[in-house]
Design a protein around this ligand. Structure first.
Ligand code: SF4
Ligand code: SF4
Length: 539
């Protein structure tokens, strides 16, 4: 799908439309919406109203009782989640969140202001569930749930990446991402969902990873990585799968197995585990950290996928779980795991077998982030690193929304990076750590048909990258999320050419000095390392 050129996309009109927002309908223009789920994926997940349809159709083939279903679901959520009821009632429309959403900044569409995105649902709450709304109608900001409202919800609830940046600026702590999740759940009750969310969730449920790779193919892929590592370093490593009684279960997003540049990050993990002699195992059954079920807003889906990881840890008899560079896996583990699947009392509080560090922060979930683990190794001098193997790299770090705002992981990745690259520069303060700008493609919106909105939503992030590129010559954007690794490269190619996207452990793998290795002349991407070119006579 052709995306307009950057100078075209930059003509953003932030003037409000002449008509009242309730009278403005969305236009389903290619590039601004995601395709609906294929019926088979809805069936696999045992969800509602599988059918062929398109958002551009007049008739969305909703069930006859669509309105009752949604209102009943809404009532249930309000009863179950006091937070949602509070979020519906307490917004004072101060506007502090209005310009904090990357989709509003990049599109100028007022319904992408977090306050108005939430108002799409609040107005129905007032109209259907409050006396004032029923009597005063529009005067009280209330409206009825109509067919057109469902269409509007679909358009705007799938234009929110649930990044939670807006909530950081709200004086009342209203979490629009949670409202968006509730909205998606209600849409799901009548079968209005998107394929790029449902298919990965269905694949994870059925096969164990989001692209549905069968175990034998996964094994072949891993064998290729092992061969590549041996070619590069001369060191032969082994990757244990389904090993009962191992100390640690390693779970990472499956994007690390099958798509560059995630594959280089995966090679970095394998090299590290070999070098420190970690007693670990991976699992074909829990071969996916990412939780696409969470994006559906339907908690049972998130639970099914989170539970697989813990069930496998129990079956294999490991002591604790080590998690790779993933985004939403960490949000689910950190914010929801305890009430979804846990507490995981059958596991032990994670303790590094190399340094003896006890990860008290993981006392409940029993799951440690790989950058916490590696930062601890570095701090204790347990691994040898040579940053000159990353010569020429001037790196910056993108805080992915989920590990940063969702779990407070700010310093560990930076600490690791500063130890493995020669130069590191942060982007401006208002665009990093808890205030980070989203990649524009999270929460199941990383599909090709949504590309125009992805480029619009990614504009603030790209702009901050441009700042460090132009000021310090930064040429590498590193991050700890598989979706980000996949989507940031097209984003920077579009807005800030000349930037390479990497995972943190790709750079660790480059810098790691392994016992018995041969002289390295190329990095994990097989690119020559400046200053270490092959000399005549080298073999
Ligand atoms: S910042 Fe909070 S209270 Fe203010 S408009 Fe946004 S959601 Fe409402
Ligand atoms: S959660 Fe993120 S994408 Fe959604 S409205 Fe808030 S800032 Fe925008």
């Amino acid at each position: 799908m052709a995306v307009p050129k950057p100078n075209e996309l930059l003509k953003i009109d932030h003037k409000p439309p002449k008509k009242w927002w309730m009278d403005t309908k969305p236009t389903f223009r290619p590039g601004t919406y995601s395709y609906p789920s294929k019926p088979k994926n809805i069936e696999i997940l045992d969800m509602w109203n599988p059918r062929e349809w398109s958002p551009t159709d007049e008739d969305w083939k909703l069930p006859e009782d669509w309105k009752e279903r949604i209102l009943e679901g809404f009532r249930d959520l309000l009863k179950k989640y006091r937070s949602l009821k509070v979020f519906m009632d307490i917004c004072v429309r101060c506007g502090a969140c209005a310009d904090k959403c990357h989709f509003f900044i990049g599109s100028g569409d007022p319904k992408n202001m977090p306050v108005l995105r939430a108002e799409l649902m609040r107005s129905v709450y007032r109209g259907e569930f409050t006396k004032a709304g029923q009597i005063l109608g529009r005067w009280a900001g209330a409206r009825e749930l109509t067919y057109d409202v469902v269409k509007e919800w679909f358009y705007y609830f799938y234009q929110c990446t649930q990044c939670r940046r807006c909530s950081l600026f709200c004086p009342y702590g209203i979490d629009t991402a949670e409202i968006d999740l509730a909205g998606r759940h209600l849409l799901n009750l009548v079968g209005c969902n998107i394929n790029w969310m449902m298919e990965p969730a269905a694949n994870c449920y059925k096969v164990g990873n989001h692209i549905g790779i069968q175990p034998h193919s996964l094994k072949d892929m891993i064998d290729f990585f092992v061969e590549d590592i041996e070619d590069l370093t001369g060191v032969k490593i082994e990757v244990p799968f389904m090993k009962k009684g191992a100390e640690v279960l390693f779970v990472t997003p499956s994007g690390d197995f099958f798509a560059d540049p995630g594959t280089y990050t995966f090679m970095g993990y394998l090299m590290l585990f070999h070098e420190i002699g970690l007693d670990y195992t991976m699992s074909y059954y829990a071969a996916e950290g990412g939780n696409f079920g969470f994006f559906t807003g339907t908690i049972e889906n998130a639970k099914k996928l989170n539970a697989k990881i813990y069930a496998e840890a129990k079956r294999l008899g490991v002591k604790w779980i080590l998690g790779g560079e993933c985004g939403h896996m960490w949000r689910v583990v950190h914010q929801y795991m305890d009430t979804l699947t846990g507490p995981a009392d059958f596991l032990e509080v994670p303790k590094s077998p190399i340094t003896g560090t006890v990860f008290e922060n993981a006392r409940s979930t029993k799951m440690v982030h790989i950058t916490e683990f590696t930062a601890d190794l570095i701090k204790h001098g347990a691994i040898k690193l040579d940053p000159s193997r990353n010569a020429g790299i001037k790196a910056t770090f993108h805080d992915s929304c989920n590990p940063s705002r969702g779990m407070g992981l700010f310093e560990e990745p930076r600490y690791v990076l500063k130890n493995v690259v020669p130069e590191f520069y942060d982007m401006p303060e208002d665009t990093i750590r808890e205030k980070t700008f989203c990649c524009g493609s999270g929460s199941g919106l990383n599909n090709d048909e949504f590309m125009e909105m992805r480029m619009r939503g990614g504009l603030p992030r790209a702009n901050a990258v441009k700042y460090v590129r132009d000021r310090y010559g930064v040429n590498t954007l590193s991050c700890v999320c598989a979706i980000d690794r996949a989507v940031l490269q097209p984003l920077v190619n579009y807005w800030v050419p000349g930037i390479t996207v990497t995972g943190v452990h790709e750079l660790v793998g480059n810098a790691l000095v392994m016992k018995g290795e041969k002289k390295r002349t190329v990095n994990l991407r097989q690119e020559p390392i400046p200053g270490m070119e092959e000399e005549e006579g080298d073999v």
